[in-house]
Design a protein around this ligand. Sequence first.
Ligand code: NAD
Length: 306
Amino acid sequence: MNMLILGGNGFIGSHLVDRLLAEGHNVRVFDKYEEHYRKPVAGVDYCVGDFGNRGMLSDALAGIDMVFHLISTTLPKTSNDDPAFDVQSNVIETIFLLEQCVAKKIRKVIYISSGGAIYGKPSSLPISETCPTEPECSYGITKLIVEKYLALFNHLYGLDYVVLRPSNPYGSRQKPDGIQGAISVFLGRVAQGKSLEIWGDGRVVRDYIFVDDLIDGIYRGAFHNAPSRIFNLGSGIGHSINEIIDVIRKVTGRQIDVVYKAKRSFDVPSIYLDIYRAKQELLWGPSVSLIAGIEKTWLFVEKLYR
Ligand SMILES: NC(=O)c1ccc[n+]([C@@H]2O[C@H](COP(=O)([O-])OP(=O)(O)OC[C@H]3O[C@@H](n4cnc5c(N)ncnc54)[C@H](O)[C@@H]3O)[C@@H](O)[C@H]2O)c1
């Protein structure tokens, strides 16, 4: 099939490129930038442009069967700085995308939402897809609005779609010098012999999913023929920051100094996802253990700083 990956040169998108090629699909990538860690991949049709460039986006949709929408112009941490920009660049431009998908008879849209930002403070744990959604940042709100427009376009025009809500993915090609992705950032600092700075006492619990497992869930989501349209994709297990640091010590064999700083008011103490629905309907489940995933990620990160 002919696949378009919006944001295909980013961390998750680059792994999706590999999986779709391995499955024998034709892959086109639409992204603002080139891949950070690799040269262009043979066989991929690259369109370099901004999501807001409607002419280019419309051209990129020509001949496409499925669209994987991985572009987000904001991050949870920064999105509250300019909510109007968040809405304009993510929601309004996605509505244009959906209109184009209807006009061009695209078979299905696969949307990468967020399992960490749309629920807000969990009312119960693990969080299932039916739990209340009370996002506490603009990023979470715009993800949720896009989910609602997908449902509306399905209702009005029959546009097929699936929504995947990942927890905290980690793995190769996630930027260790970025502001997202605790495991990669920690490994990057360890590789440089730097100390780790932790907000609070390290007991904040999150759900970490290795990127290959996430990609498998996205792929199954694209081809599933099940009743649900929204799926959490996580490990289903909560790990504290202190536990993560212990595993990193074990994997790297390095001496790691940890500096504990004042707790941040917006950090939810504990959040991990209920993945029962994806297990039942997508026949999906994570297969890479935390230690094996961190080992694989360390192999990538350590090389960057040699
Ligand atoms: N990494 C995470 O922790 C995480 C967790 C849950 C959901 N998600 C979602 O998954 C998707 C992919 O995330 P990622 O971690 O691979 O991020 P990433 O930043 O590595 O990749 C996103 C890609 O989108 C591109 N992009 C951004 N703005 C663009 C624009 N205006 N026009 C064209 N391209 C643009 C970037 O150049 C980048 O290559 C995002 O929608 C993100 O919100 C990520």
